[in-house]
Ligand binder design. Structure first.
Ligand code: GDP
Ligand code: FO1
Length: 301
């Protein structure tokens, strides 16, 4: 068993390859939930949904969110009625948000809800939220703290940010299932996800760092030079006090990583790192990187 720590784009691209080269029952994914948000009364968990849709074979791999060939009738009608949905929500995707919201209101744990949804979609891998309680990444702007999604989607990442915090009513604790999965794994792979909005929220759940200390950990950089392959990781690293790039990424994961993987094109030198082509522009590239990462894992487990 290998456990992956994942957000909703970079690591899912690696998982797309892993699916093809591993026994799918041997893949476990602990997923960031700090980007979750309630919209129009329903619960969106963007990273869980991306991972679940990928494994279910229904993910839109053009955008890496939402379902392939979804329609947007409800979103269009709700917008016409004056509802402010700043995320474009597909009709089938929305059904998942409705189901999740309803189960949450009925008092079910997010872990169990995710299990039910994955079963309905025939997912063979294990998909686990990092925690069962609500935690939200917020960024400080000139107008005060706003939800990460407000910054990245509504403001299109076009406003200055000065600080990143995670807000919660109770400090997030890793679920028993997440900790048991790590304990049962031969190794943990921190995929090339956004260190600030995807990986640090997972590492900050009580129990995770201790669990990782006893495991071989491989991490893949989401940066080439000071720019991420996509998304807002550069601005977020700066706002959180880290240098954008592979060195800043290693520093985020302070001392947890046994083998750090950088892209062959990355001009930054991280001592004792391993170099692969990490640009997963298609499924073939994802499979090739997955194979390399598995070979690495074999050398340390
Ligand atoms: P989010 O939840 O949508 O932000 O997705 P993640 O946190 O999982 O992934 C975002 C990160 O993925 C960004 O910082 C990108 O630089 C990184 N990324 C996207 N595609 C690739 C790729 O092909 N290779 C690598 N190494 N990183 C990638
Ligand atoms: N990202 C966008 O850039 N625009 C959208 O309209 C959008 C809608 C959306 C709906 C459901 C969902 O699960 C994800 C969605 N995302 C959208 C992606 C999501 O907000 C991502 O979490 C962030 O883009 C980066 O982490």
């Amino acid at each position: 068993m290998i456990t992956f720590l994942s957000g909703g784009t970079g690591t899912p691209k690696l998982l797309r390859g892993m699916q093809k080269v591993m026994d799918r029952h041997e893949i476990a994914v602990i997923v960031n939930t700090a980007e979750d948000i309630w919209i129009s009364g329903n619960h969106i968990s963007p990273d869980i949904d991306t991972v679940m849709y990928l494994f279910a074979g229904v993910l839109n791999t053009e955008t890496w969110w939402g379902m392939r060939n979804d329609t947007f009738t409800t979103h269009e009608e709700a917008t016409m009625l004056g509802i402010d949905e700043f995320l474009t929500i597909g009709d089938r995707d929305r059904a998942v948000h409705i189901a999740r919201g309803e189960m949450l209101r009925n008092g079910m744990r997010l872990t169990n809800i995710t299990k039910v949804l994955c079963e309905r979609y025939g997912v063979r891998e294990t998909v686990l939220p990092m925690t069962d309680t609500e935690v939200t990444t917020q960024v400080k702007t000139d107008l005060g703290f706003i939800h990460f999604q407000e910054y990245w989607i509504r403001a299109k990442g076009q406003i200055a940010i000065f600080e990143v915090i995670r807000s919660f009513r109770e400090p997030p604790v890793a679920t028993a299932e997440a900790l048991a999965t790590i304990a049962a794994s031969d190794a943990v792979v921190i995929g090339p996800s956004n260190p600030i909005t995807s990986i640090l929220p997972i590492l900050s759940c009580a129990g995770i760092r201790e669990a990782l200390q006893n495991k071989p950990v491989v991490a893949v950089s989401p940066f080439i030079g000071d720019a991420p392959i996509s998304g807002p990781a550069g601005a977020l690293m700066k706002a959180a006090g880290y240098a954008p790039g592979s060195i800043g990424t290693v520093n985020c994961y302070n001392g947890l990583v046994d083998i750090f993987v950088q892209d062959i094109r990355d001009p930054v030198e991280v001592s004792q790192s391993t170099r692969f082509d990490t640009l997963m522009i298609d499924e073939e590239k994802s499979i090739a990187l997955a194979q390399e990462v598995l070979r690495l894992v074999d050398t340390i487990r």
